[in-house]
Design a protein around this ligand. Structure first.
Ligand SMILES: Nc1ncnc2c1ncn2[C@@H]1O[C@H](COP(=O)(O)OP(=O)(O)O)[C@@H](O)[C@H]1O
Ligand SMILES: [Mg+2]
Length: 411
């Protein structure tokens, strides 16, 4: 039997709390996993940023990345490591770079999802460049924004085609608002999207590998209260619909870790925002759900590292389109997409791995979230985000929600 070490790298930016908890719980798991005659142990390291030779080997088996969407050096190092060294990373960096919200709307419409009516409008203004004037003079057609407003219908949302973090998102009730907000949008390339209004439930599904957490979301609440502590009491069939939708989107785009937002109107679910491939992982947003994230992250990364799960070299969308092109009702198509997702995410093998090697995780996690180390990690994050005079109050707020989770899910 060979003794093998697998190394998991954490490629981090401002993240503070989850890496500490991830490292601590991994240590406490004290894993020695036996697979196919190998005895596997795991190390975790934080990935540093430095010049790299393109042929230089990497020592990681898996990297959990939090930088690709904005930090080029890390993204390009990851691409090299996938191509040259067979690294497994979540998420697929090419897919993050190229599949923004707009593509995600189009692709999911192609699969039959009820995405609200959405139009793209050319930007109000431009940064000047050599060929701009001649291009616009020749080809840009004048358009009547008020007429377009009627086609989309009020209320609507105006939002950047590649948005995130609510930047540049506004609700529009009238043609005057539309004109004013379009004029203010400047060089942003914007969508106009029909509002799902009214809706009786807003759900955010966080997917990590084949695991999905369903959380009721309250967009009108303060930042630390937007993830509520409940799951909206969604009936089982609707819950399955949401899980299948999330897994479909995530597997379609090669995103192991992504969150999907959907709104319910008359018992139908409308996905509105599901290109979030670097979801919020902070205890200051997730609080009650934070232990779930740590456990889900550990399970999936350990499975990928232990089994040396290969990175898919391409996204291969045809099998989804083949289902989309049948005459089956949408719910049946969705089951077909979800079956592809579960297969691509090796769900059966993953579940067997967890049952065989990680059966003590729930207890270790539960114990850990009662320790001073966990409390200190929460406080550290709160200290980095809140003014000094609020640190005690907010540390205790998030800590008490974690303790609530411990009460609700004692192993
Ligand atoms: N079509 C829509 N119907 C109803 N609410 C919407 C719609 N689009 C956006 N919103 C609201 O605006 C918020 C931000 O928009 P979203 O598309 O999620 O952008 P971001 O990627 O910046 O989070 C949503 O959380 C939701 O509250
Ligand atoms: Mg959103």
């Amino acid at each position: 039997m060979a003794d093998v070490r697998r190394v998991i790298g954490l490629s981090l930016g401002a993240d503070l709390c989850w890496p500490i908890c991830y490292e601590e719980v991994l240590d406490r798991l004290d894993l020695n996993v036996e697979i196919e005659g190998d005895s596997i142990r795991f190390d975790v390291e934080r990935v540093t940023i430095e010049p790299f030779y393109l042929r230089q080997p990497v020592r990681y088996d898996v990297v959990i990345d939090r930088l690709t969407h904005w930090y080029g050096t890390s993204r390009e190092w990851i691409k090299k490591a996938i191509l040259m060294d067979g690294l497994y990373v979540f998420n697929n960096p090419w897919s993050i770079q190229s599949n923004e919200k707009h593509t995600s709307y189009c692709a999911m419409m192609r699969l039959g999802m009820p995405i609200p009516t959405t139009w793209m409008v050319p930007p109000k203004s431009y940064d000047s460049r050599a060929d701009l004037d001649i291009t616009l003079e020749r080809y840009a057609r004048m358009f009547d924004l008020a007429e377009l407003g009627e086609k989309v219908g009020y209320p609507m949302y105006i939002k950047p085609y590649d948005g995130g973090g609510w930047a540049g998102v506004s609700r529009i009730g009238t043609a005057d608002d539309l004109q004013r907000l379009y004029d203010e949008s400047g060089t942003y390339l914007m969508h106009l999207q029909q509002a799902v209004d009214p809706h009786d439930l807003f759900i955010r599904c966080v997917g990590l590998g084949p695991q999905v957490r369903v959380v009721r979301y309250d967009p009108g609440a303060a930042l630390h209260d937007r993830y509520t502590t409940d799951d909206g009491a969604v009936p089982d069939d609707q819950r399955q619909h949401l899980v299948d939708t999330t897994l479909t989107i995530n597997s379609f785009f090669g995103w192991d870790f992504n969150s999907c937002e959907a709104l319910r109107q008359d018992d139908a679910w409308f996905p509105i925002d599901f290109a979030n491939p670097c979801p919020d992982s902070q205890v200051t947003s997730l609080h009650y759900h934070f232990p779930w994230l740590i456990a889900a992250n550990l399970r999936w990364s350990l499975f990928c590292a232990a089994t040396r799960r290969p990175m898919r070299p391409n996204l291969d969308w045809q099998p989804y389109f083949d289902i989309a092109d049948t005459d089956a009702p949408y719910e049946e198509k969705l089951k077909g997409y979800a079956a592809i997702a579960r297969d691509r995410l090796q769900t059966d093998a993953f579940e067997a791995f967890c049952a065989e090697h990680l059966s003590h995780l729930d207890q270790v996690l539960w114990d850990f979230f009662g320790t001073d180390t966990a409390h200190d990690a929460v406080r550290l994050k709160v200290g980095a985000m809140y003014p000094d005079h609020e640190v005690d109050e907010y540390t205790e707020k998030f800590w008490s929600r974690i303790q609530q989770w411990r009460q609700d899910s004692a192993p």
